[in-house]
Write a protein that binds this ligand. Structure first.
Ligand SMILES: Cc1cc2nc3c(=O)[nH]c(=O)nc-3n(C[C@H](O)[C@H](O)[C@H](O)COP(=O)(O)O)c2cc1C
Length: 195
């Protein structure tokens, strides 16, 4: 029996590419993970690229918990995040911390994130981006998201690119991705009840 046949209900996983900078490596890593997640079969997959979403620095006049959004970009962001059942943030670490793109994107909304699980694919030097993940978890829990401990952490990730530029981590990272997706689906099923 494949993973696909074990899941009867469709759940939408949004794979969020956090890096927005020109020449970023994060998009290749996100593409690798999306392929892996489709093969795993626990979720329908929707890529979300924060560079394409292109939110300005938070500019809503009211607190987002009130949902009185003034701007079209906020209304579109709200509609998009509302339809997700779970998230994976594909994130680098900038200055031992979270990239401002994800901090800003999270600040825009409240209820849309709540009672949904989030997992992380992080990358960097010796830290594998884990300091960024720890920072994002603080903010995510304030929004009533459930960050799960299973993760894909990619230290010295620059060594994991193939000659053709595709991202090609070793078998242990592939297994970590599968284990994370299985656990994320369990949380997605459980948290449906709270929504
Ligand atoms: C502003 C900035 C700060 C960085 N700080 C860190 C850091 O604290 N830890 C780390 O491991 N790598 C750090 N790096 C190196 C990144 O891991 C590397 O540039 C990576 O490619 C960034 O991801 P991206 O290409 O998807 O944007 C930093 C890079 C930038 C641009």
């Amino acid at each position: 029996m494949t993973e696909q046949t074990r899941y009867h209900r469709h759940m939408l996983l949004q794979v969020v590419t956090v890096s927005t900078r020109q020449g970023r490596k994060g998009d290749a890593i996100a593409k690798w993970f999306e392929t892996r997640a489709r093969a795993h079969g626990a979720f329908d997959i929707e890529p979300v690229d924060l560079a394409e979403v292109n939110l300005p620095l938070f500019d809503e006049p009211e607190h987002p918990r009130l949902r009185q959004y003034q701007h079209a970009h906020t209304k579109q962001w709200s509609a998009r995040i509302t339809r997700a059942d779970a998230f994976v943030f594909v994130t680098p670490e900038y200055n031992y911390s979270a990239p401002p793109s994800i901090v800003n994107a999270l600040d825009y909304l409240v209820h849309e994130w709540a009672y949904k699980p989030v997992a992380f694919v992080s990358y960097g030097g010796v830290s594998g981006g884990t300091r960024s993940v720890q920072m994002i978890k603080l903010q995510a829990t304030a929004l009533r998201m459930m960050p799960i401990p299973e993760a894909v952490s990619l230290p010295f990730f620059a060594r994991m690119f193939a000659a053709d530029g595709s991202f090609s981590p070793d078998a242990a990272q592939q297994q970590a991705a599968d284990a994370m997706l299985t656990e994320l689906r369990r949380w997605a099923d459980a948290l449906c009840v709270l929504r």
